[in-house]
Structure formats: structure tokens, C-alpha cells
Design a protein around this ligand. Structure first.
Ligand code: NCD
Ligand code: ZN
Ligand code: ZN
Length: 349
């Protein structure tokens, strides 16, 4: 057992966020500065309405995001396209030339803004071949959508029904199973070859499904894939803190107006960008693994995407503070995860 006391400050290479929603329009003014204050780069999810499906749209979206980065901060949005049954293989080359790094698979109907998603993976095979040739990654929201599959089993069934066949058919296509939530996902990713990686969110490391129901229904803990039982959370913590290069930081920070989360059919998504690295530090500290945070947050993702590691650093201090309990989101209100609660680690600016 490690008996060295945990440090009170921690300096690590500046991290990146490998799974992020920033939305568009006025929302960018709130959420992009939060991410840019912590991370050097982020993989920007394409599930806008309408979705980002062309290289030209991705380039235009990148410029709108860049325009929302506060002066003095350097932040690079890494763009993705949204895979549909109709995404043409020719668009993949244009996308690569425009600097797009990945394509996102949403099974149709699986999550927020996924109506345009894939109905049958076979329809996308020519496009996946083009991605394998061009070196674009395939990022997956890994859940099946059939009504006969229990909500809590959708990730495990996706692996059996879709991921295993996909990896057999495209052995040299790099894939990321995004926001993993189960022991089954950890087992599968852990035993796979170096073409498969996985991101893990702060909220899936911090909470189990009791959080959604403690003392009443708590819509701000509702996201997809939904939080799972405690044994799954522990498997995720073990994976993230193991030092394995297959796992990397992806917040899946997903802003929604508070009135649409506190609603009869509240939307899925937790907002964590305002204090993301602090929440991860809390998890790693609690697991006695602060020394593994830098690999998970700053190295493994860059290496997997074959991008250079960042050169500057950030410093975290063990210091209680309370982030604001809400932010403006255009005309609406944005309530972050753990609104108004004390956090034990603080990022020094
Ligand atoms: C995300 C969103 O709001 O865009 N929601 C979520 O619950 N995670 C979509 C997603 O990543 O599945
Ligand atoms: Zn998702
Ligand atoms: Zn997401």
C-alpha cells in the first residue's frame, strides 16, 4: 500500500477533452470559455440541429467556436462529422483535408439530437472504408435502441451486436467507445487491441444510479448512457486510474437549458465543463491515484489520436470552493452538475 501522503498541489501537462458538446449560437459564449480555461483541445460533437455532416459545415462551426475563445487563451476545437446512412465516402476526403479528425456514430434515436443517426450500419460500410483509408477515427455512442432491451443493458448489448462485428470488418479503423459506463465495456476495451480506446466522463466516475433518485427525481444527474450500479462505477474508476493508455478523458459535458431538464421528459446530458478537471482530480485523489491523472487527462488521448502532447501545464490545488450554481445559456439558465456544492480541488488560473 502507498503510504506517501497525497500532495496538496498537482501540476500536470495541460489536458484535452476528447468528448465535448458546445452547441451553437449564444450558448458558445458561456460554454467555450469554460472549456478553454482548462483544456488545450477538445473533440467537438456534431449533434447540432441540423447535424454537422459536411466538411464545409465543420469548418464554419470551428470558426464560430474559435470566435468564442476569450482573448489570451489558446484553445483548438477538433472537429467531427455526424455519421448518417447518407454520408458519402467522397465527403471523408474533403473532411480530412479540412482538418476533421473523426466521425461520430449515433444509432438513430439513442440520445439527444440523434434522429438523423444510423439506422443500419451496413449502409455506412463504404464510408467506414473511406475513413479507414483516410485515417479518420470512428467515435461511438455505444447503445442499442431497441425497445425490448432494458435501458441499463444497452451498452453491453451494443458491444455484442455491433462493436464486435464492426471491429472484425474494420480491423484497422481506430474506434473510440465514448462515455463508457459498464464493467462489460471495461472488460471488452481492456482485452481489445490498440485500435480501440474509450473515454470516461467525470460524472460516471463520481456517481452511481442512486444519484438520479435520491430524495426525489434529480434530472441534473440524467444523461445517456444512464448512470449504472455502484459495481460498474468502481470498474470505471479502476480502468481510469489503472494507467492503461486505452482510457482517456472525455467529459461529455452537455449543456441544456435548465427548464428542459426540469421537465416532464427532461433531456439527457450533464454539464461539467465549468469544473471538469477538478472533478476528475477528486476521483483520482479518492482512489489514491493522483499520479495517474496526467496520463489519463493529458497523454493517452493525444497519443491515440496521434496528435502531439501539449507543452504547457496546469496546476490544481487542494482547496474547497463552490462554483456558481447557474450560468446564463443564451436567454435560458444552465445548471451545472453539483450546482452550489463544494468541490475539494481547484484549478489555479
Ligand atoms: C448528449 C447531448 O446532450 O448532446 N447527452 C448525453 O446525455 N450524454 C448526447 C450524448 O453524448 O449522448
Ligand atoms: Zn453519447
Ligand atoms: Zn456526448
Amino acid at each position: 500500500m502507498n503510504t506517501t501522503p497525497a500532495p496538496d498541489t498537482l501540476t500536470i501537462t495541460r489536458p484535452d477533452d476528447w468528448h465535448l458538446h458546445v452547441r451553437d449560437g449564444a450558448a458558445l459564449q458561456t460554454v467555450v470559455p469554460h472549456t478553454a480555461a482548462q483544456f488545450a483541445r477538445a473533440i467537438i460533437m456534431p449533434n447540432l440541429r441540423p447535424p454537422v455532416t459536411t466538411a464545409a459545415q465543420a469548418s464554419a462551426y470551428r470558426e464560430r467556436i474559435r470566435a468564442a475563445v476569450p482573448a489570451g487563451l489558446s484553445f483548438e476545437p477538433l472537429m467531427t462529422l455526424y455519421l448518417t446512412d447518407l454520408l458519402a465516402p467522397q465527403e471523408i476526403e474533403r473532411a480530412r483535408d479540412a482538418g476533421v479528425v473523426a466521425v461520430k456514430l449515433y444509432p438513430a434515436g439513442a440520445t439527444t439530437n440523434s434522429d438523423a443517426g444510423v439506422t443500419d450500419l451496413r449502409k455506412t460500410y463504404k464510408t467506414l472504408e473511406a475513413m479507414q483509408r483516410a485515417g479518420l477515427l470512428l467515435l461511438m455512442h455505444g447503445e442499442v435502441t431497441s425497445a425490448d432491451i432494458d435501458l441499463f443493458d444497452r451498452e453491453a448489448v451494443f458491444i455484442e451486436r455491433h462493436l464486435i462485428p464492426l471491429r472484425r470488418d474494420f480491423p484497422e479503423l481506430k474506434m473510440v467507445l465514448e462515455h463508457i459506463t459498464t464493467r462489460e465495456a471495461v472488460q471488452y476495451v481492456g482485452s481489445a487491441d490498440a485500435y480501440l480506446g474509450a473515454t470516461i466522463t467525470a460524472h460516471h466516475l463520481l456517481y452511481n444510479r442512486n444519484a438520479i433518485f435520491s430524495g426525489g427525481i434529480r434530472p441534473h444527474y440524467y444523461c445517456l448512457p444512464v448512470l449504472k450500479r455502484e459495481a460498474h462505477r468502481q470498474a470505471l474508476v479502476n480502468a481510469a486510474t489503472s494507467g492503461s493508455s486505452k482510457y482517456f478523458l472525455g467529459t461529455d459535458s452537455a449543456p441544456h437549458p435548465a427548464h428542459l431538464k426540469e421537465h416532464a421528459s427532461g433531456c439527457a446530458g450533464c454539464y461539467t465543463a465549468h469544473a471538469a478537471i477538478e472533478m476528475y482530480a477528486e476521483v483520482f485523489d479518492h482512489a489514491g491515484a493522483l499520479d495517474k491523472l496526467q496520463g489519463f487527462a493529458s497523454f493517452h488521448g493525444a497519443d491515440f489520436y496521434r496528435l502531439p502532447r501539449n507543452r504547457d501545464t496546469i496546476t490544481l490545488r487542494r482547496e474547497s470552493w463552490t462554483p456558481p450554481s447557474s450560468f446564463a445559456l443564451g436567454e435560458a439558465e444552465l445548471k451545472p452538475l453539483r450546482a452550489g456544492e463544494v468541490l475539494p480541488w481547484r484549478l489555479l488560473s
